[in-house]
Design a protein around this ligand. Structure first.
Ligand code: GAR
Length: 209
């Protein structure tokens, strides 16, 4: 991921002054974990008054696990294939987060649909990052959807999670131009630079509430 320490926003610096105990975060990931790292770096720099208590992942072979272990952050595998229903998986996720005293949950590339079980356990404190300017391009393959639609601007959104996929209240967004020669990979890389900025900002918003 691209490191952009000079782009610290007023929101993040405001959070620095907080005298509250760090917000206990649970992060859910199914992929490379670059957003996990962005949050961890914001904490390391003192820009975000939070602590990552645990990473929950649903696959055993993802890079996010290594990113967490490098930082001695506990990881818990909850393989969706071992649960008969989505609600059963979510009950296991909630139990795990409760065991780690998690106060706020971040879906950072979690590629499973969730249920009311998880929403009810963290009311207003379950957030998701999505690689489009919602409400455009909800669901899977948002980058490819943007390219197919030939939009000139796309971006990323952090929103509070509701049962309807990618439809909850928006906390923060960032726009990214779509270039004429963009592929899904080049566009996603530029969108991710913005994701890594706005996700810590969104958590800082919740930390101040
Ligand atoms: C991110 O781009 C995130 O927006 C996307 O998965 C990627 C995870 O990257 N999430 C979704 O598409 C959810 N619908 P990461 O593993 O490097 O953080």
């Amino acid at each position: 991921m691209t490191d952009t320490p000079s782009l610290i926003s007023p929101i993040l610096t405001t959070n620095l002054a907080s005298e509250r105990p760090p917000l206990m975060l649970g992060i859910m990931a199914s992929g490379s974990g670059s957003n996990f790292v962005a949050v961890a770096r914001a904490i390391d720099r003192g820009n975000l008054n939070a602590k990552i208590a645990v990473l929950v992942h649903n696959k055993s072979d993802i890079a996010a696990i290594d990113r967490a272990r490098e930082r001695e952050i506990p990881t818990v595998l909850l393989d969706h294939r071992e649960y008969r229903t989505r609600a059963a998986l979510d009950r296991a996720i909630v139990s795990t987060f409760e065991a780690y005293q998690v106060e706020c949950v971040v879906m950072a590339g979690w590629m499973r649909m969730i249920t009311q079980v998880l929403i009810d356990a963290f009311p207003g404190r379950l957030i998701n990052i999505h690689p489009s300017l919602l409400p455009s391009f909800r669901g899977l393959h948002a980058i490819e959807q943007a390219l197919s639609a030939r939009v000139k601007i796309t971006g990323c959104t952090v929103h509070v999670v509701t049962l309807e996929v990618d439809a909850g209240p928006i906390l923060i967004q960032s726009a990214v131009p779509v270039l004429a020669d963009d592929t899904a990979a080049t566009l996603h890389a530029r969108v991710q630079i913005q994701e890594h900025l706005i996700l810590p900002e969104a958590i800082a918003i919740l930390a101040r509430c």
